[in-house]
Design a protein around this ligand. Sequence first.
Ligand code: CAA
Length: 388
Amino acid sequence: MKFAVVGSGTMGHGIAEVLAIYGHQVKLIDISWDILNRAKQRMEESLRKFYEKGTVKEDPSVILSRIEMSTSYDVAKDIDFAIEAVPEILDLKRKVFQSLDEIAPKEAILATNTSSIPISEIAEFTSRKDKVIGMHFFNPPQIMKLVEVIPSKYTSEDTANKTVELARSLGKVPVKLRIEVPGFIGNRIFLRLMQEACREVESGEASIEEVDSCARNKIGLPMGIFELSDYVGLDIDVDLWENIVKRGTSDVPCKLFKEKVARKELGVKSGKGFYEYPGNKYLKVKLPATSKVDPARLLSLAVNEAAWLVENNIVKPSEVDDVMKYGYNFPKGLLEIADELGIDNILRNLEDIYNKGYSAYKPQDLLVKMVKEGKVGKKSGEGFYKYA
Ligand code: CAA
């Protein structure tokens, strides 16, 4: 198939690389040759790593020869599928989608990798609303297996099916939402993790390092919550936070993240966020081996969010778990972990924090019902899953 990837930054260059690894022809479009050349260098470095490990058999130069770079949309005139990965600015998305709609063949699907802008709003920039869809990769796209597929109210079933199939053919695990919700699945849950991490620190319950040590050493996550926030980029975190809350999700008061952004401490990409990254390169953060933070407390708001998604039939428990395993490299699904920690423990923490005046922690009916019925997880034989 022939693809256009618009935007060659952190996500765009990785998506183009994945497509080329799987044998596709890619037109990588961006606004300047400086940016495109930097993308080429990053793709080269990444492909070299894969080649040396043997996970990619073809020589990097052969794979790269399938990627044509351009500063003009004209190269998109014979594509089958486009994926947009430009900054999260509505006017920029408008420009990209209007240009693609004008130049790409009428039957081409136009996907967006947005993590915070409603897909229906983007679809409305085009004359092919049924062929516009969300295809949300996770950072780094070369490694993370998850792709969230988000049909808008206009997207046809054929477009959604083709997008799911494409993700599968790229070795990814697609999770399709039944209906679009702000932040989709992964970022809604990631937001809740950031909010509880921030609340614990700002209320003096724990330090940043203790929160992150709990996440990494007790729960087994690949990164602490603040560490991951630095990795994603604090400007992106604040952006997705504001975009989700603006669209009707309850907020948790927190200043830490916004203050960092105001100081231009954006995480890995600026060399400093909650931690320091010499040379603007990610380096695993050093954390204390032990922590007083309770995993059931740290995960409580995220599990409550997952319960909301399940209760509202947006996705099934196993799909929430796929999102966290394949999009965030959780060692187990969030709801599998919740079953192990005990739904009663999760509920107790939610009630405790809610009673301190944080309205976002109001326990979901599903969790209250599960505890009432004695479905408290592994120890009772049933929680989100059944145990023999
Ligand atoms: N290309 C090729 N290989 C890469 C690579 C890339 N771009 N990035 C990392 N690697 C390789 C490294 O070379 C290394 O290989 P070896 O093990 O063979 O040495 C391996 O991946 C692990 O990398 P590191 O040693 O640098 O560090 P690590 O062990 O901490 O792993 C990580 C890095 C895979 C990113 C891991 O920390 C992780 O899974 N973190 C969680 C990432 C996550 O949650 N992403 C989702 C963010 S949210 C999002 O993206 C959505 C949104 O809309 C904001």
